[in-house]
Design a protein around this ligand. Structure first.
Ligand code: PLP
Length: 397
């Protein structure tokens, strides 16, 4: 294998670890990425072990491998392993955090325009119960308006929610700057980092998060049905008890009492997909092995090439906003519905996605956009693949 500088990704090696690259151009990494071989193999091996010695016995035999998800997650996010819970995805993680925040009628909750769909549904629900949910406007460049946020923050604000990288836009919100403003008040800061973890460096301390949710299957390249929740150790005892608890989340201390786990384990249940949990740990370690700064550099470079390519086309328009951009590229093609563009690309073995207004009403609605084609490049994509995509879009006359 060719020696690469420590801060660069060995593209041949990561493509060799991703056999689908031989027959497929996969640009749907912001939907679901492709797991690297070590992730896939670890899960298959684990399932075989379960089948051969029994599920409980396999979990005991692989206890160290199963603990890896917390160690690797902690290294990736800059927190303690005890501050992480394993979940089935980002929405479960986000909802568990959200439901644990003590909210009463009259409390204010602030939210950015790029907030994810499931989070908005939660906020609409509590809005119906007397919580005052207010949307922070964007600044003229399309990211959350820090001055407006600062002006809206007062002691009535109990919670601020921010999606650091939206599903419908190529921007990276200034999450650390938002965190600094929120941390100067008594409000909790809940970050949806579903599209950020695995794509850019994320540090819960630098971002000032009380809670952070992410998923396994996107830029982390882990298995489907996995995610994690970070909960700051110092807020743990201020929170509402989780709605669902069992013998993993709590200890049954007497006939009429129980004690919640002191750690984020209180947000987990005993029964879960152990093989997938193991695979997520391997995926997190794989990302750590490449380095998040190197991943961001490569992803952003490829995404910029794609934006430049799209800018050169007469029949397409890039729709991304924001100052700091990421690997998600959104665009529209003249005379073609976005779902049809994705279908046409699929027919030539290029995976891309399409989204409509109902998946991101605040962001797309404020920009009067009904639908978008969405691509999420990853480090295993190449400039040649980007050129192929641009050529295919150009041919859609
Ligand atoms: C920004 C964002 N947050 C949350 C989610 C939900 O993640 P999950 O499906 O793992 O619950 C998504 C999924 O697309 C997303 O893009």
């Amino acid at each position: 294998m060719t020696e690469m500088p420590a801060d660069e990704i060995d593209v041949d090696a990561v493509r060799a670890d991703t056999p689908a690259c031989r027959h497929l151009i996969h640009f749907n990494n912001c939907g679901t990425s492709l797991p690297p071989q070590p992730v896939l193999e670890s899960m298959i091996d684990y399932l075989r072990l379960e089948a051969s010695i029994g599920g409980y016995e396999a979990a005991e035999a692989e206890a160290d491998g199963l603990a890896r998800v917390y160690r690797a997650g902690a290294e990736l996010l800059g927190c303690g392993p005890d501050e992480l819970a394993f979940t089935s995805g980002s929405s479960e993680a986000w909802w568990r955090a959200f439901l644990s925040v003590p909210l009463a009628a009259g409390d204010r909750v602030l939210v950015g325009r790029t907030e994810y769909l499931a989070n908005m549904l939660a906020l609409i629900q509590v809005g119906e119960r007397g919580i005052d949910v207010e949307v922070v406007p964007d600044d003229p460049r399309g990211q959350i308006d820090l001055d407006a946020l600062n002006a809206m923050l007062d002691e009535g604000v109990r919670l601020v929610c921010l999606t650091s990288i939206a599903m419908s836009n190529g921007l990276v919100n200034p999450t650390a700057e938002v965190g600094a403003l929120v941390n100067a008040t008594g409000a909790y800061f809940l970050v949806d980092a579903c599209q950020a973890v695995g794509q850019i460096p994320v540090d819960v301390e630098a971002w000032g998060c009380d809670f952070l949710a992410f998923t396994g299957r996107k830029f982390v390249r882990g298995p489907r049905g996995t995610g994690m929740l970070y909960v700051r150790r110092s807020v743990m005892d201020q929170l509402e008890a989780p709605t669902f608890i069992d013998g993993r989340s709590a200890e049954w201390t007497s006939e009429t009492s129980y004690r919640l786990q002191p750690t984020a384990q209180r947000f987990e249940l005993f029964e879960t997909a152990y093989g997938a949990k193991l695979g997520l740990g391997v995926a997190l370690d794989y990302a750590l092995g490449l380095g998040l700064a190197a991943i961001e550099t490569r992803v952003v470079g490829l995404a910029e090439s794609l934006r430049t390519g799209l800018d050169g086309l007469a029949n397409a328009r890039c729709l991304d906003t924001g100052i700091r951009k990421c690997g998600i590229v959104t665009f529209e093609v003249d005379g073609h519905e976005s779902a049809e563009v994705a279908r046409r690309l699929r027919s030539v073995a290029i995976n891309a996605g399409s989204l409509g207004l109902a998946s991101s009403r605040l962001d797309l609605g404020s920009r009067s956009i009904a639908e978008i084609v969405r691509v999420g490049v990853h480090y295993f994509n190449t400039e040649d693949e980007v050129d192929r995509l641009v050529a295919e879009i150009a041919s859609l006359r």
